[in-house]
Write a protein that binds this ligand. Sequence first.
Ligand SMILES: [Zn+2]
Length: 212
Amino acid sequence: MAEVKALLEGYKRFYKRYYSSGDPLYKELSSNGQSPKTLIIACSDSRVDPSIITEAKPGDIFVVRNVANLVPPYAPDLSSLHGVSAALEFAVRIIEVKHIVVLGHSQCAGIAALLEPGKTDGTDFIGMWVDIAAPVREKTLAEAQEGERIEDTRCRCEKESVLHSLANLTEFPWIREKVESGALKLHGWYFSMENGRLFEFDPVHGAFVEIS
Ligand SMILES: [Zn+2]
């Protein structure tokens, strides 16, 4: 229970900071509603919390998290549950965010599972979910250099999957329209947790460039 107790202690500090201290932030967010300008799609990994990495305040970012920060294809006709697509639709069509960030990261277990399908044998959902990025696996393995370290292969796959998710985003018609009109911008980020560095995909140079 110590783990949960620590979280409840954290809640008490949160309450003190945002409510009993007289800080008006939540009062305003409660009265006016949320209007975050940015949607961040991140991994469920406990080490890659977008609010912590960006020091965003409550109300600043709309967040979707899932295994391996993947965006599924636009497929409204398929009879399946679409939690991620529903969140995308809410952020883009209702809240009208101006930016969508796909945030990939190093040491991603979901991407490791994508690269080695045998690892997900016996799972009910994980294998099927990460297989959304099956083309990324094929591309990464096809481009592997002789003797490449597995860490480097995974890193390439993690970055490539961010680009694949960005491409999938543009298959959603209401996202594509806004991107084409300039009302919405798409960004690909990659967080290297070993050294805390953040990289952004530069479409001009076709590479991830470190944020300095
Ligand atoms: Zn991950």
